[in-house]
Design a protein around this ligand. Sequence first.
Ligand SMILES: Cc1cc2nc3c(=O)[nH]c(=O)nc-3n(C[C@H](O)[C@H](O)[C@H](O)COP(=O)(O)O)c2cc1C
Length: 545
Amino acid sequence: MKILLINGSPKGKMSNSLRLANAFIDGLSAETKEVTVEELALSALKIASCKGCFSCWTKTPGECCIKDDMQMIIEKQIEADMIVWSFPLYYFNVPGLLKNMIDRQLPMSLPFMSKGDNGYGSGGHDARYDMSGTKHVLISTCGFYSSEGNYDSVKQMFDHFLGRGNYETIFCGQGELFRIKELSARTDEYLSYVRDAGCEYARGGISEGTRDRLGTLLYPREVFEEMADASWGISRESGEKEDSDLIFTRQMAALYNKGAYDGKDRVLQMHYTDLDKTYQILLGKDGSKVYTDKSLTPTTCIETPFDVWKSISRNEINGAEALGKHMYTVTGDFSLMINWDKFFGSGDPGKTSQKKNADGEELKKPLMTTMLIAWITFWFAIPMGGKTGALITLAVCAFIPIIMRKHKIVIWDRLSIAAVSVLSLVASFNENSCLISCLGYLVFGLMWLFSCVFREPLCSTYVKYNYGGDAAYKNPLFMKTNYILAACWGVLYVMTTIWTWFLRSSGLELWVQIVNYIVPALMGIFTVWFEKWYPAYLASGKGAK
Ligand SMILES: Cc1cc2nc3c(=O)[nH]c(=O)nc-3n(C[C@H](O)[C@H](O)[C@H](O)COP(=O)(O)O)c2cc1C
């Protein structure tokens, strides 16, 4: 298939629309055999304005009297199986460059008035060449927040030019965002939908689902317009040019998602250490505002070289990893950092937590309760006496996969169910319940300790989903916290084995009950505190000293 890509943007290769067109062709090529693509950047070609002399109809039929690049373009149009028209929206229409090229299509028509009814109540001309098999796709970005209502003139012109229903369209608002690296997570997501559209078009047509995704705004109107206003780098009040770090901070503030407001005003203070500049961003119920006079009391302070923060925003370095390496520090309320995606994500709070996998199936997450059900049943039931206790434990273990079917079963759940089942079987032959319970504590403790030699300490398997899933493994703060907690729980249960054994041997059963309830409860309280305090401690830079 021969694809002719007509790039009608005066910006040539720097065109936003061209990124979308390339993504579409990329998707289409993946589904089509033997694709050749030829791009014609109109900005690099010589295309004079039509003189209106009609000599292409009279003196030299089918041939224009102006000798420039138009002859070559027309030949390529005739040869193409598909023409992708890529262009920006200028004053609610195609840019002059492309309009010029369209005016020069006159040699492609016959001079005589068409007898047929074109369905518009207007007159028309029949085509000089049979191009009924040529497919057309229009791909365009515009600068306003939405494409809605902006493309009426474009559609009307192409309806007359190519025929209504004879072309496919992808029109996207907020087009200038495609060149902002800091927003690439969102714009790349959109480009992936354009690619999907290309694949589906090759297979017969763009699906409703993909059309819906393409029709969704890149950012909510308010967020986008704040960012767009900030991007010009001109103060609205004074009309003076602003420094690039202030422009950047304003754009970052514009990304604030006020839907994440939880009743508490926050003040994020950014201190760019290399520039010695400080800005404060008030994050409130009605949106965000940047202050340059340090007049607010900060709740979270970030000390960072400007370039480091820029690279993080552009996804060139991982923010959590950089924090772990002390490339920047955070003091004050650390919850803002933990929930960064919620406050400064795509603007759609629902998007920050992925709920479905690529096939659209519900994404199951593991729950530590799955593992604990087996152990808690074991420690309760075994002291009841050999066979009964063992039977209860085995029955519960058998039902865990059914009870917890809404959750993912992970290695630690499987190991726990297996260990508890084996220990219960041993208990059904051995009446020494003290020995069996102690063995349970030992295995449980060793499992925690054993997990510390792996990439994934036991607790992290369950909580990583609150920290971006597998991406949490790149977060040294998260990993250090989880290794320490896993080791603490491991040591606790190895020690529990020892004191349980001695207390029971000394007939102090009541003490066993008290200690074995109280100590894990205290450890649970410690865990809840430590998992908040320790990352904040490391982030403040104190951990590095
Ligand atoms: C002269 C001019 C006129 C424009 N007119 C409109 C317009 O009418 N509506 C709109 O939404 N955007 C308008 N824009 C914004 C562009 O459509 C937008 O920046 C687009 O993403 C540029 O695409 P490109 O990078 O492919 O050239 C205009 C831009 C310029 C320079």
